[in-house]
Design a protein around this ligand. Structure first.
Ligand SMILES: [Zn+2]
Length: 191
């Protein structure tokens, strides 16, 4: 994601591609719902917009369960009031930093406190994990296999750890593009 033709875009191109909240919102909807809007509460495929003017995120109501949701409901981005453009900036920086970036630097780049940047970093990683397989139609895919919340992997008797999510202490970023370019880097934790 956030790449054109398999190569990371530069900051000017990034600003052109994501000039405002509306653009980011539509892009995020495509990311979260690549095959059409799905109710995060019940999985219902039919819903309608009930947004009022001035809402930060478009609000939908599910036809099946009657509950309301936005594009970030039940995603790692839900607990924040940050503009989506800030999230996209964070994703851009995290994807394009070859050695990983600390929450201190991320805070400077996206203009938040370090505490907020640290949460953003976690959420971006969690989002990438959940979306890695859900956006094959985009030019680039960022995949992440790691124990992104830190700490040791949980060991349970007689339970084989699944491959990927939640099994390793370090994280692996894999950026793959349609033309077959793959770039991977291993990082040790988010600090
Ligand atoms: Zn529903």
């Amino acid at each position: 994601m956030l790449s054109i033709g398999g190569y990371a875009i530069n900051i000017q191109e990034f600003r052109k591609q994501f000039p405002d909240e509306e653009t980011c919102h539509r892009y995020l909807e495509q990311m979260i719902w690549p095959t059409g809007r799905i109710c995060p509460h019940c999985g219902g495929m039919k819903s309608w917009s009930i947004s009022a003017e001035g809402r930060r995120l478009e609000l939908y109501e599910c036809a099946a369960c009657g509950k309301q949701f936005t594009v970030t409901t039940k995603t790692p981005l839900h607990s924040t009031k940050l503009p989506l453009s800030t999230w996209f900036m964070a994703m851009y920086f995290m994807i394009n930093s070859s050695k990983g970036i600390s929450s201190v630097y991320l805070a400077k780049w996206i203009g938040t406190s370090q505490k907020t940047a640290w949460k953003v970093g976690h959420a971006v990683r969690a989002l990438m994990v959940s979306q890695a397989n859900a956006m094959p139609g985009l030019a680039g895919i960022v995949e992440l296999n790691e124990k992104y919340l830190g700490g040791k992997p949980r060991h349970q008797k007689d339970v084989k750890h699944k491959r990927g999510r939640g099994t390793a202490k370090s994280c692996v970023f894999v950026a793959a593009s349609r033309d077959g370019h793959v770039r991977a880097s291993v990082r040790n934790g988010w600090y």
